[in-house]
Design a protein around this ligand. Structure first.
Ligand code: ADP
Ligand code: ZN
Ligand code: ZN
Length: 724
């Protein structure tokens, strides 16, 4: 009897035995099996010749999906994630596959063909065809005008295109190839490789000398210092040695720009990008190109770290500090950490690039676990000048006078400005001037955010929305005001102060539609915009050469947050957004409106001094015993009844205390968002100064976490949480 132990996407941390007497099922094979009344896809993890279950209770594997088995390296990566993040192996394996492969009915899509004339075919003159063969004449003429014609286009020319093309292929007039979808192109950045600076070449030499062995490098350099150029050159060396390069970027909107840059540098080399914005079929097609080794360069967002790459030779994590590398639901992995494991397993170098490395990585570089590579200067631009604009403690208007002056000056010089609004933990709300009532979400512990554009109040957590009230529900007062600087309010203030300026607001409201970001990007590059107003989304790696002024509003809100990571994030964000200014010939300027110009964070920013900032924050973290000096896991629970949440957490806490050795177990507390979409939320933090201690503890604790008699509590364990 041949038995396959199959991992399934079910919340049970076990493998399931199935009979698989027909050959063909291997470790890593994707198989369809019956499960209860359903048929589902699973992954064969082990093969055996017997089972603990009697034969008559075993069901059989129905079929293998017509796709190659997952390689051992992917199986090992999944096993690591399952162990480390305390998630059943089946859930890990299935969540890293393209969705198309999770369907029991999966069949590979037939390729879409496109056709062109062969050399003999090209010599045929349509006019020499018989006059009555008008369809053939038209199709031949069409083939002559274009390098390739796909079947869809051909059918539009004539209904008998399919038959004609088939005959012409037999006759040797026409040949075909499978269509490879080309992503939309942005304007070219730079076609030819610039000559590297001495610093850059030394870095490239150092990293490439270690190809073929594991090494982790922190590449620390401000925005515009030439990090991407280093990635490109390293990828070129890898490609010359027939090795694949995996490049991770934090955000889907960043992939097209980077993709263009790679494509232009590597003409004729297959580059694929993988991100969540792709359709199911397209994602599978690209994944398959990467998995087969055909694609030499694979760019992608966090999930791309799981793409099987048979010739992997180099991993690059751009903006390694970025919070979006951490998945916040399901398998709560951190793509950077998974990538480091992958690099070690595969024996390849990994380069972590950032202007503001995470403190975790900073500590690793200081201790020598990671090699440190520094880029000190910008090859093609001056660093931006930072100025702190002190605003009055009370009653400050949206935009301070010196800021308006500078905006006007850019407008006159026809340069672009960016007004960046730090909105983390902060959004405009509706306030009653009489009794102090504020617009509150009925289902969450959150304030409703004012959306002036369409007259709605919205909850940014659960999506609840209602019309803006005209009178206070508590006291009836009709003088309700919006307070806070939402993007729309700032946009209005700008329009009033800068008549005639072309203002573009970029936030999640205006870019929700697919492709709208690309359209905006094109308008900005086409210089159809004078002032950009936006949030987080604008801070990241876009390069707009005409942008010479960055104004930062609301930064102070990041200084005094309850989240100990808020200051680190604020600094990262400010450094990054400052990097948007003056990347080309024109020097840039950054104005930060603040009530606290003496704060060490702003002082470090003023001098572009990451090290000074890291020094201050690391000392604080060390004193308070926060990461990176301890390793944490947080148990999150939620339920409709508050008592259910806390009795679950208290029981978990008692279990933890009975096991704990070298662990600190804290008391259960309400989550920062104590109520979300009508459910109460609480959490319990455990930590240890040693990662192995934490891991050993979790392995014992996790299996004992049972929601008790009622199933009403939903819970999840978050290992290495980045938000508490
Ligand atoms: P980063 O990734 O650190 O933001 P980039 O690699 O994108 O920096 O470089 C910023 C700009 O400087 C780009 O326009 C790039 O083409 C240019 N650049 C980078 N290295 C060099 C160099 N050695 N010589 C000339 N220009 C360079
Ligand atoms: Zn009121
Ligand atoms: Zn809500």
């Amino acid at each position: 009897m041949k038995v396959a132990r199959i991992a399934l996407d079910v919340p049970i941390d076990e493998l399931f035995d199935y009979i698989c007497d027909d050959a063909g099922v291997r470790v890593g094979s994707l198989v369809v099996v019956p499960f209860g009344k359903r048929r589902i896809v699973g992954v064969a993890v082990e093969l055996a010749s017997s089972s603990k279950l009697p034969r008559e209770r075993l069901r059989a594997v129905e079929r293998s999906l017509p796709i190659a088995a997952l390689p051992n390296s992917t199986m090992a990566l999944a096993a690591f994630c399952s162990r480390y993040y305390r998630t059943p192996l089946g859930q890990v394996l299935l969540s890293l596959l393209p969705t198309a492969l999770r369907r029991p009915g999966f069949a590979p899509a037939p390729p879409r063909w496109e056709f062109r004339l062969t050399a003999p075919g090209a010599t045929i003159d349509p006019d020499t065809l018989p006059a009555r063969a008008s369809a053939a004449r038209k199709l031949l003429a069409c083939l002559k005008t274009q390098p390739f014609v796909d079947l869809h286009t051909a059918r539009a020319v004539t209904g008998s295109a399919g038959r004609l093309l088939q005959r012409w292929q037999q006759d040797g007039w026409v040949e075909r190839r499978a269509v490879v979808a080309e992503p939309e192109r942005l304007l070219p950045d730079r076609m030819v490789a610039p000559e590297l600076t001495a610093q850059q070449s030394q870095i490239v030499a150092q990293v490439s000398a270690g190809f073929g062995r594991y090494a982790a490098w922190l590449l620390h350099g401000v925005t515009g210092s030439g990090k991407t150029e280093i990635y490109l050159q390293l990828a070129a060396i890898a490609h010359a040695r027939n090795l694949q390069t995996l490049v991770l970027v934090p955000e889907i909107n960043l992939t097209p720009q980077l993709e263009t840059r790679f494509r232009e540098r590597f003409p004729g080399v297959e580059v694929v990008s993988l991100h969540s914005g792709l359709g199911e079929a397209e994602r599978l097609a690209r994944w398959t190109r990467a998995r087969s080794g055909a694609a030499a360069l694979v760019l992608g967002t966090r999930l791309a770290v799981f793409t099987p790459l048979p010739r992997l030779g180099l991993i690059v994590i751009d903006e390694e500090h970025d919070a979006s590398y951490k998945q916040q639901e399901g398998l709560r992995y951190h793509a950077r950490d998974v990538a480091i494991f992958l690099a070690r397993e595969s024996g390849v170098p990994i380069v972590l690039g950032s202007a503001t490395p995470s403190l975790e990585t900073t500590v690793n570089a200081r201790s020598g676990r990671f090699g440190l590579l520094r880029l000190s200067s910008r090859p093609s631009a001056q660093p931006p000048r930072v100025r702190l604009i002190e605003t009055a403690k009370h009653g400050a208007q949206t935009l301070a006078e010196p800021v308006i002056e500078q905006l006007r000056a850019r407008l006159e010089r026809k340069e672009q400005s960016l007004v960046f609004i730090n909105r983390r933990g902060y959004a405009p709300v509706l306030l009653c001037s009489e009794c102090g009532w504020m617009s509150q979400c009925p289902r969450c512990a959150a304030r409703l955010t004012l959306h002036l554009g369409d007259g709605f109040l919205r909850c940014h957590y659960c999506g609840h929305q209602e019309k803006i009230a005209t009178a206070c529900p508590d006291c009836g007062n009709q003088d309700l005001r919006g307070i806070g600087q939402g993007t729309q309010r700032v946009e209005q203030a700008l329009a009033a102060q800068l008549p005639g300026a072309r203002i573009l607001r970029v936030d999640s409201d205006t870019t929700r539609r697919k492709d709208s970001f690309l359209a905006m990007d094109r308008r900005i590059r086409g210089r159809e915009v004078d002032v950009l107003v936006g949030t987080q989304m604008l801070a990241k790696g876009h390069h707009y050469p005409q942008l010479t002024l960055v104004v930062v509003l609301g930064a102070d809100f990041g200084l005094f947050s309850s989240d100990f990571r808020a200051a680190e994030r604020l600094f990262q964000q400010l450094m990054q957004v400052a990097g948007r200014a003056g990347r080309a010939e024109s020097p840039g300027e950054v104005l930060v409106q603040t009530q606290f110009p003496a704060h060490p964070l702003y002082q470090a920013l003023l001098h572009h001094d990451f090290d000074a900032f890291a020094e201050v924050i690391l000392a604080e973290r060390m004193r308070a015993r926060f990461p990176p000096f301890v390793y944490q896991a947080v148990l999150r629970a939620e339920a409709v009844k508050e008592a259910a949440v806390f009795s679950f957490l208290r029981r978990a806490g008692r279990e933890a205390a009975s096991l704990a050795s070298g662990m600190t177990v804290y008391e259960p507390v309400p989550a920062p968002m104590a109520r979300l979409a009508g459910r109460y939320r609480g959490q319990l933090l455990v930590q240890s100064p040693k990662r192995v201690t934490l891991q050993r503890f979790l392995a014992q604790w996790h299996p004992r976490l049972k929601p008790g008699t009622s199933n009403a509590v939903r819970w999840a364990l978050d290992v290495d949480p980045i938000e508490l």
